[in-house]
Design a protein around this ligand. Structure first.
Ligand SMILES: NC(=O)c1ccc[n+]([C@@H]2O[C@H](COP(=O)([O-])OP(=O)(O)OC[C@H]3O[C@@H](n4cnc5c(N)ncnc54)[C@H](OP(=O)(O)O)[C@@H]3O)[C@@H](O)[C@H]2O)c1
Length: 278
């Protein structure tokens, strides 16, 4: 069993999707601003992983941070989630695709190991499949070989997680999901995670909840704390046990996002935001 004491996980992750040619400079800027956790994927359709590696290399050269101080996370993506720029031989068995994809990630990122390796999404929306089991077992082998410290799954339902744990007698160290306020901020999955010391990573906290950012409740809390609505949402996320991910491309937003760690909401405020959807 993997240790659930996932040590040295930063309290904010910087997401690198959709940045294309700006990826190297934005990764370097994020590290200079103080981020120490980077989320990417070997999925050229949405991520420029070798550009992330270029940004890391620039930051190492400039003495901004050393590899050991960083938390690097990447993902295995099934072929339907990819475009023609595949990181593996699509005719190879899934277990070989996992090994090829992670080998490519290590090369792209210029590292011998990642801190977290995530199954980008199960093969079916309905439940944990045999394909997912084969991929997960291959991911476990990569962990046993030291090429990743921890494993995780993304875009999962409670049903996926329950079936996965039953099939493998192991919970992931991380779950990474899109977090909608109208779904109680993914409450059922978060409760599953909390009960098993699984670290829940939330993405689209701002973009999936544009209407929440405009609510008078959030505006009042922001005014009282001299903070922005986005900072209130990130601060709430942390209080609710969510490790937030931001993909901002803006230097000031990077600073504000990190500064939200110092913003403490009252238990009443956390409860009010938690129960926006009932
Ligand atoms: N596992 C998956 O399937 C999956 C799916 C989607 C995303 N992700 C990960 O999550 C990361 C984040 O994605 P996301 O969907 O949350 O959206 P995002 O890419 O972080 O977009 C955030 C948007 O909010 C804006 N924004 C305004 N104020 C902000 C503030 N104070 N801080 C941050 N952003 C602010 C940003 O604009 P500015 O740029 O102007 O700040 C940007 O347009 C991705 O890069 C990726 O690593 C994973």
């Amino acid at each position: 069993m993997a240790s659930k004491q996932a040590s040295s996980v930063p309290d904010f992750l910087y997401g690198t999707a959709w940045k294309e040619d700006r990826t190297p400079a934005l990764v370097e800027l994020a590290l200079r601003t103080g981020f120490r956790g980077i989320d990417t994927a070997n999925q050229r359709r949405h991520y420029f992983e070798s550009g992330v590696g270029q940004g890391l290399a620039a930051a190492y050269r400039a003495g901004v941070a050393a590899r050991a101080e960083l938390f690097l996370q990447t993902k295995f993506t099934y072929q339907p989630g990819q475009d023609h720029r595949l990181p593996y031989d699509p005719l190879a068995p899934l277990s070989a695709q996992v090994a090829q994809s992670l080998a490519g990630s290590l090369q792209n990122l210029g590292t011998e190991y990642v801190d977290s390796y995530i199954l980008h999404g199960p093969s079916s929306g309905y439940g944990w499949s045999d394909a997912d089991s084969e991929v997960w077992e291959a991911m476990r082998k990569e962990r046993d070989a030291g090429r990743t410290r921890y494993l995780g799954v993304s875009n999962v339902s409670l049903r996926h997680l329950q079936q996965m744990v039953a099939a493998h007698d192991e919970a992931p160290t991380f779950v990474q999901n899109r977090c909608f306020a109208r779904l109680g901020w993914d409450r059922d999955v978060r409760l599953f995670c909390a009960a098993r010391s699984v670290i829940y990573q939330g993405f689209s906290l701002l973009t999936a909840n544009v209407e929440v950012l405009r609510l008078p409740l959030i505006a009042e809390l922001a005014a009282r704390a001299r903070a922005t609505p986005a900072q209130i949402v990130f601060s709430f996320a942390r209080a609710a046990g969510i490790l937030p991910i931001t993909g901002t491309t803006n230097a000031q937003h990077m600073q504000q996002d990190l500064a939200s760690s110092g913003l403490v909401l009252s238990p009443e405020a956390v409860q009010a935001i938690e129960s926006l959807a009932g």
